[in-house]
Design a protein around this ligand. Structure first.
Ligand code: BGC
Length: 768
């Protein structure tokens, strides 16, 4: 980027001071604030030309980080003449300040730009991928990760993050399952809220706050066959009940912006879908922010088959889309469409007003350089405190999938064979969407183990296998330079080194799974096994009869039937982020007892997909075991390998029967359901106690059960705790055929347990 101006500019565009107000006057103050904002934006818009208004609707990327196949040209000129409202894909105080300078010094009305970036699971300090973060079942930690990301981002010129992604996903072939919180709408809603609150804080004007952009609206995770960008088609009931709640939760949490998705919703591409962007989002849910398209999504509506660029741009604006990302359809065609009366001046004004309001709410008219703070940048970026928080948070995201005979924790002595392509590896620690993350600064598993056990454990290292030997797959994974690092040695030589290392060691720690580019956007897989080269290594090692621990890297649920049968322990660490190795070693050697629980079901085979715990019963329900004329398979059970909510601990927990304070209720009464959980093992540990409710008789066929609450508790060995859940009719509600959200009287089954498939239950009758 060319250097434009170096001096700091204080721009006088009607700054407003917000006075501190007592709590009981917050509402009145909000009204005054709104009135001030309206007056300000109205005043500004009265000075704007049509071109300048359309310019505010144009979001460009300058290509410092490219996340699509098109990069904008002529950006400097376009900023000067007021044809750009925001920029993304660039960060850093110097760079963003130079660009902001052009807007506030050289454009006619000095309107500041908004700066966005894909800050998804951390900015500089990278946390586990969102699917891993969701496995913490800890909203405090999730919120904290967003706060740290916002703090780092606001030191580097950013005020807008394209996160959280709240798309429900039930198909692990879809690579973007890694970016969300799994399959459950209620749980996904909790995460959506925590993330929005973490980013935006109490006011987007605050120095450490960024505006969230909730994506991808809507239903993107329902792509047919798990194939990226594919068609989505589902009933309205399924949308409302299972897919829309997290977006709604984000609106309720005050999210400042939304991003439209690439897919169709009810046959109409989301980006031009008036029902979605206006009727549902704004009229039903009361969303007040602005909606940006996904990357060139307006242009892609042409490929969806709805017409040329001018037609689809007009459709998008009319539907309620306010900002066009990268494609410049708005910039190039809206004026013509207005002349031809295909759109109205009011429609352009409305979109422009929403974008300006967002800038106002961020305080950019008070100080366009608000987040361009070199001191903060230097202080926050990968600070000791941020890294320490990441190490702590990361440990909580790991899920112990198997642990026979207390193979884990390992003792801090003796010898280990540390093998696998991800064992001495920095590149793959961070996972997908780490635009400003530096993999070079991540802690490898090898380093982490050395940090935690020093010289007390002898490490016999061998790479053992390349991540894959499939040359076509390698080509696809290597879409950026050096994304896959391969050892040129023949596979059998690598394998022999691993076997030799294992022979010399007491225990095998195999660090295997998916590399960074195997999941995320445009990374669908039809086979979700651990790649063959690595599996061959595991097979050879298992023949030695030594204890074998798998440390599993994965951006999605994988099919692990062989591994589950042959490994002694499996620790799922997802893509753990900057502090990967330290957090892994903390858990492997017992300094922290893992407590993460799955938020997406692990199938036994791809043939079972889509597979999720809150499915319907069907008219011929599966009852376990093979049976003719039932809803099942000839060749495999219906049961997943690891169910939703599953995760072990180094200790064991016993659950008592469920007791309820009443079995007959009426109207708005409250039910209390209790269970006593006892730590029956040797280690102190945390447990996520989960509450599910089912509604066996209703006017529509309901899911077999639905998560309605959880509590994360901590117990010393031998200790017990009574866990109480308060249940109100609100938790019994569902969408009926009229899409009315209500509950129906009758029997309800309350289930409490350690995962969705292992619960104790009690029935109650609830009258209206
Ligand atoms: C992705 C979005 C992302 C955008 C900007 C798109 O390809 O779908 O999730 O925010 O690019 O980078």
């Amino acid at each position: 980027m060319k250097k434009y101006f170096s001096s700091r500019l204080v721009i006088a565009v009607m700054p407003f001071c917000v006075a501190l107000t007592p709590f009981n006057k917050v509402l009145a103050q909000a009204k005054t604030e709104d009135a001030k904002m309206n007056a300000y934006v109205k005043g500004l818009m009265s000075k704007m030309t049509l071109d300048e208004k359309i310019g505010q609707l144009n979001l460009v990327t300058i290509g410092a980080a490219t996340t699509g196949s098109v990069v904008n040209k002529g950006v400097e000129e376009n900023i000067k003449n007021g044809s750009i409202g925001g920029v993304f894909g660039v960060w850093g105080t110097t760079q963003t300040r130079q660009i902001q300078d052009i807007a506030v010094k050289n454009s006619r009305l000095h309107i500041p730009l908004i700066f966005g970036l894909d800050v998804i699971h951390g900015h500089r300090t990278i946390f586990p991928i969102p699917l891993g973060m969701s496995a913490t079942w800890d909203m405090g930690l999730i919120k904290q990760s967003a706060q740290i990301a916002a703090k780092e981002a606001t030191g580097e010129g950013l005020n807008w993050v394209f996160s959280p992604m709240v798309d429900i996903a039930r198909d692990p072939r879809w690579g973007r399952i890694s970016e969300g919180s799994g399959e459950d709408p209620w749980y996904g809603s909790q995460v959506a809220k925590a993330m929005v609150q973490g980013y935006q804080g109490t006011s987007m004007k605050d120095a450490d706050a960024v505006m969230a952009c909730v994506k991808h609206f809507a239903l993107y995770g329902g792509a047919e066959a798990g194939r990226e960008y594919n068609t989505v088609d589902m009933s309205r009931i399924k949308m409302y009940q299972d897919y829309l709640p997290p977006y709604k939760a984000a609106v309720d949490a005050g999210a400042g912006s939304f991003m439209s998705s690439f897919n169709t919703v009810d046959g109409v591409p989301a980006t031009v879908n008036q029902w979605l962007l206006t009727d549902l989002l704004r009229k039903q849910w009361g969303f007040k922010g602005f909606v940006v398209s996904d990357y060139t999504a307006v242009n892609e509506v042409t490929d969806h088959g709805l017409g040329d660029l001018q037609t689809v741009s007009a459709l998008a604006l009319k539907a309620g889309l306010d900002m066009d990302m990268v494609g410049e359809g708005f910039l190039k065609t809206l004026k013509n469409s207005l002349t031809q009366k295909k759109i109205t001046q009011q429609e352009i004004d409305l979109a422009c007003r929403r974008v300006l309001e967002a800038k106002y709410k961020l305080g950019l008219f008070d100080n366009p350089y608000k987040s361009m703070d070199a001191d903060k940048e230097a202080k926050e970026e990968l600070s000791t405190a941020n890294r320490a928080a990441a190490r702590e948070i990361t440990k909580h995201s790991f899920v112990l999938l198997k642990n026979d005979n207390q193979t884990l924790p390992l003792k801090k002595g003796g010898s280990i064979a540390l093998v696998g392509p991800l064992a001495d590896n920095h590149r793959d620690m961070l996972g997908t969407w780490v635009i400003a993350g530096e993999w070079q600064k991540s802690v490898s598993v090898m380093e982490g183990i050395k940090n935690v056990v020093g010289n007390n454990v002898a490490i016999n290292y061998a790479m053992g296998a390349n991540i894959t030997e499939d040359s076509l797959f390698i080509k696809r994974l290597n879409f950026g330079p050096g994304m896959v690092s391969l050892d040129a040695k023949p596979a059998n030589e690598l394998l022999k080194e691993a076997v030799d290392a294992a022979k010399k060691s007491d225990v095998i720690v195999a660090v295997v799974g998916e590399s960074q580019s195997m999941s995320g956007e445009s990374s669908s897989r039809s086979d979700i096994d651990i790649p063959e080269s690595q599996k061959n290594m595991l097979k050879e090692l298992s023949k030695l009869g030594k204890p074998m621990v798998i440390v599993l890297f994965n951006g999605r649920p994988l099919t692990l039937t062989w591994e589950d049968k042959h490994a002694n322990a499996i620790l799922d660490v997802w893509a753990p982020g900057t502090e990967a190795g330290n957090a892994i070693a903390d858990v492997l050697f017992g300094d922290y007892n893992p407590a993460g629980k799955l938020t997406a079901t692990f199938p036994r085979s791809v043939g079972q997909i889509p597979i999720y715990y809150n499915h319907k019963n069907t008219g011929r329900p599966y009852k376990g075991g093979p049976s003719k004329f039932r809803s099942n398979y000839l060749d495999i059970s219906n049961d997943p390998l690891y169910p939703f909510g599953y995760g072990l601990s180094y200790t064991t927990f016993n659950y008592s029967a469920v007791s309820v304070n009443k079995t007959k209720l009426k109207g708005n009464e409250t039910l209390t359901a209790n269970v006593t959980v006892t730590n029956t093992g040797k280690y102190a540990g945390e447990e996520v106690v989960q509450l599910y409710i089912s509604d066996p008789v209703a006017s529509i066929s309901r899911s077999v059960k639905e998560l309605k609450g959880y509590q994360k508790i901590s117990l010393q060995p031998g200790a017990s705790k009574q866990v109480s859940f308060t249940i109100t009719p609100e938790q019994l509600k569902f969408y009926n055929t009229q899409l009315k959200y209500d509950w129906e009287p009758g029997e309800f089954v309350v289930e409490i347990g350690t995962n969705s498939a292992d619960t104790h239950n009690a029935s109650v009758w609830w009258a209206k």
